[in-house]
Design a protein around this ligand. Structure first.
Ligand code: NAD
Ligand code: DAU
Length: 355
């Protein structure tokens, strides 16, 4: 890939994962209003959650390149940045699953905290223009039945996942305060859509229902998440990349009608697939399970003109249609490490519930 004039080259870390791959595809597609303005280098360690199949079809695109590597590898990162061609980093790479952070917290600290600091430092030393740190609404902790998170809500994370993301947010904001580095932090609510690894609620339940396997609903199923279709997230990130103010946090949220109890999400999936509600199993709750997320996205709406476009009803239909049409992709990921974690987390809960 050789850099074209007037085209910016950006490094997308974690671009072989769920949101990073959707972002890369969207940025290089005609859906993106700036699709001719960027070239993308994806850097990804291809952990259990990263899959080159998520980027299939882009290999032959001139404006795309893939590099396999770890964000903690300082030599590799400096080599990538020192040529001076890359102008910005959009940083998605992370350990991202709350249930895994309950059993293996250290890997979350290593990747999410140490990895982010390595990237921030290398970006500054190599004089990159911008660093967009992709974070999560989970850093704010849990809400009760009312209210929404705003950007100034105090950080109060519940899991090693969200605590490690909160630490990485603070490192990013410290780089701005100490060095004046152009850093923006985005905190988004739950995403769903194509290519999501089936350890997360929506793809797990779609896959299990398709295979007539039980759906392990944690606790009473009344926890609420605010759902955002992944392309809406990509649109928000592009706006922050192009016009976000340095040192600022931007919340990114679903619409109020997309704030749904887990049991209702489950019923919608079963209904759409024509599967019976007898597949639902109430199982042991997640430790430290956050009750409710709701994100106030007034700031990004007022400053950058962003709001969600895809309703949950439309988005879930599109998502289910994608899983139905991409059985090969599901087969390729429903193996190996996936099965180990499935046994440890989901089968164990299902067995207990059956006794
Ligand atoms: P994911 O687990 O699907 O993908 C993570 C990617 O990072 C994988 O491709 C993996 O191989 C890569 N990776 C992990 N460790 C790495 C390392 N040390 N070096 C290089 N690459 C590494 O995650 P996702 O759901 O796509 O989330 C992406 C980002 O968005 C994360 O930072 C997450 O905290 C944030 N986020 C996710 C959601 C959501 O609903 N999924 C919502 C808000 C924010
Ligand atoms: O809010 C943003 C966050 O959303 C991101 O930062 C995380 O990376 C992402 O994984 C997601 O976190 P959640 O914990 O909300 O997502 P998950 O899909 O794991 O769970 C969604 C809800 O469903 C949660 O209340 C737990 C519940 N659940 C989940 C699974 C996997 C079940 O009831 N059963 C399950 O088997």
């Amino acid at each position: 890939m050789s850099k074209q004039k007037n085209v910016k080259k950006i490094l997308v870390t974690g671009g072989a994962g769920f949101i990073g791959s959707n972002f890369t595809r969207w940025m290089l597609s005609s859906d993106c209003p700036s699709n001719n303005k960027y070239e993308i280098v994806v850097l990804d360690a291809l952990t259990y959650a990263g899959n080159l199949g998520n980027l299939k079809g882009l290999e032959s695109t001139n404006s795309f390149e893939f590099v396999k590597g770890d964000i903690r590898d300082e030599v590799l990162i400096n080599n990538l940045l020192k040529a001076g061609e890359i102008s910005a980093i959009v940083h998605f790479a992370a350990e991202s699953h709350v249930d895994r952070s309950i059993v293996d917290p250290l890997s979350f600290v290593r990747t999410n905290v140490e990895g982010t600091q390595v990237l921030l430092h290398a970006a500054r030393m190599n004089k990159l223009e911008k660093f967009i740190h992709i974070s999560t609404d989970e850093v704010y902790g849990s809400l009760g039945p009312t209210g929404s998170f705003v950007e100034t809500t105090p950080l109060d994370p519940s899991s090693a996942y969200s605590a490690s993301k909160a630490a990485s947010d603070l490192l990013a904001l410290a780089a701005y305060r100490t060095h004046g580095q152009h850093v923006c932090v985005t905190r988004c609510t739950n995403n769903y859509g194509p290519y999501q690894f089936p350890e997360k609620l929506i793809p797990l339940f779609i896959n299990n229902a398709l295979n007539d396997k039980p759906l392990p609903l944690y606790g009473n199923g009344k926890n609420i998440r605010s759902w955002l279709y992944v392309d809406d997230h990509s649109d928000a990130i592009l706006r922050v990349l192009e016009n976000g103010r340095a040192g600022e946090v931007y919340n990114i949220g679903g619409s109020s009608s997309a704030e749904i109890e887990n049991k209702d999400v489950t019923v919608k999936i079963l209904k759409e697939l024509g599967k019976p509600s007898t597949l639902i199993r109430h199982v042991e709750d997640r430790l430290g399970h956050d009750l409710r997320y709701s994100v106030d996205y007034t700031k990004i709406k007022q400053e950058l003109g962003w709001e969600p476009k895809v309703s949950f009803d439309d988005g879930i239909k599109k998502t289910i249609a994608w899983y139905l049409a991409n059985n090969d992709w599901s087969k390729s990921v429903l193996s190996g490490e996936y099965l180990n974690f499935y046994d440890l987390n989901y089968s164990a809960r299902l067995k207990k519930a059956a006794n």
